[in-house]
Design a protein around this ligand. Structure first.
Ligand code: PA5
Length: 415
């Protein structure tokens, strides 16, 4: 993985001006990472090998007795798993992992219940607080179907709970009913939790090698452990300089459709971490080249409050070489490959957007696989935390999320 920056807006001197601030942000992040009130447990996360083995064993059990695993969760309790599973799965083969509790739409839920009716399935309900309304409702409805299909006892053996080690209604119910449980560590918040059982169990149940993801994350942990030559910190610095220059919107762009949910995960990570105290870059995402034919016009010539970060996956698993009839209007492609065409579109777009006043940061990844996904996850988590400190916000809380809940509960008549 490496970082390139194409612009005329930022000088090396401006980046060097951050030297002191970055040392401060670094020590703030690395200082006392085990303190449960600071939510920094992911920074130097130690992977417990016995727990990883248990995750793999349970994932095997789920694969052997269930056609479908329904992951019930919202926000940080589901986006990481979905990001990784979709990034590493075939574009068209149906996944054995489905998602619920990330919306309250009746048609979605009815369609899911109908779909599951004649299938063997299990549930992994994930909620750190154990009280979030969307997953709580979805869990109730899915549990009812599970009990109807299998009876109380077998249903209980098909429910896997990932929650706090002692607090919350979910923990209480799991203890009473004897569900298999996994713990979300106290000092890791939802959106930083994909490398804990929150993400690892569903990812393993989807048949993905979690050891390789962990290896990638550990490599990134080491690579970005110090202040010097730290591209992760450079990304955080660039974002902050651009923000101060009026670039209030960051577009994460990718030419790899499988990264759609990875970009959703990234949006939550940065949006919820930085958007507070009336500050913060607004994170959005685009899938190119598709969106070049919808939002491309705005990016090129609309208001100049944008910068782009492109995730470039350099090599596909399988390329296609063109053999085209000499008389065809596409004959200039003869002997070239589809990946070359995709990358020409990418390079052309970067040049055009930079010329149009949209600075581009490019994160180059050799290949999209378990290892690089592990690296990318850690890279963005750390960049986000450092970026938040540079912006002088707390990147680990989300007080604003409570406001809609208060109003919703009033309307629902919750005491
Ligand atoms: O990042 C976060 O902390 C949030 O997005 C939470 O993950 C989300 O609100 C779900 O919370 P919980 O896991 O408590 O149900």
């Amino acid at each position: 993985m490496r970082l390139d920056f194409e612009n005329s807006l930022i000088s090396e001197e401006e980046i060097r001006d951050f030297d002191k601030k970055i040392i401060k942000a670094h020590s703030e992040l690395h200082n006392d990472t085990t303190n449960i009130n600071d939510f920094k447990g992911w920074v130097e996360l130690e992977f417990d090998s016995a727990e990883i083995e248990r995750i793999k064993t349970i994932a095997d059990r789920i694969k052997s007795n269930s056609e479908i695993l329904v992951v019930v969760g919202i926000g940080g309790s589901y986006l990481g798993a979905r990001a990784v599973i979709e990034a590493l799965s075939n574009n068209f083969e149906k996944s054995n992992v489905l998602y619920a509790g990330n919306n309250m739409n009746p048609d979605y839920m009815n369609d899911l219940l109908d779909y599951l009716n004649d299938k063997n399935f299990s549930i992994n309900v994930i909620s750190k607080s154990g009280t979030t309304t969307e997953p709580a409702i979805a869990f109730e409805l899915l549990k009812e179907l599970l009990i109807k299909k299998y009876g109380e006892e077998e249903a209980a053996s098909r429910i896997y709970v990932t929650t706090d080690k002692e607090k919350g209604v979910l923990r209480k119910e799991a203890n009473e009913k004897g569900y298999e449980t996994f713990v979300i560590p106290d000092n890791i918040g939802g959106r930083y939790s994909v490398l804990t059982p929150v993400g690892l169990l569903p990812i393993a149940a989807a048949g993905i090698d979690i050891d390789r993801i962990i290896s990638g994350a550990k490599a990134a942990m080491e690579r970005y452990a110090n202040v010097e030559d730290n591209e992760c910190y450079k990304y955080a610095i660039l974002r902050n300089i651009l923000y101060k220059k009026g670039k209030k919107i960051e577009i994460l762009a990718s030419y790899e459709p499988k990264l759609q949910y990875f970009m959703e995960w990234w949006k939550q990570l940065f949006g919820e971490s930085e958007g507070k105290d009336n500050k913060g870059i607004f994170p959005v995402s685009v899938g190119y080249t598709t969106d070049l034919h919808s939002l491309g016009q705005y990016v090129q010539e609309g208001e100049r409050h944008l910068f782009e970060t492109v995730i470039d996956i350099e090599n596909p698993y399988r390329d296609i070489e063109f053999t085209i009839d000499e008389n065809s209007h596409l004959n200039y492609l003869n002997g070239k490959t589809l990946n070359f065409a995709n990358h020409s579109a990418m390079q052309g777009t970067i040049t055009a957007h930079v010329e149009g006043g949209v600075p581009n940061i490019v994160i180059r990844v050799e290949k999209l696989d378990e290892y690089s996904i592990g690296e990318l996850i850690y890279f963005f988590e750390k960049a986000c935390a450092i970026s938040g400190y540079l912006l002088k916000v707390n990147p680990f809380n989300q007080p604003g999320v409570e406001f809609y809940k208060k109003e919703m509960f009033r309307l629902l008549g919750k005491k």
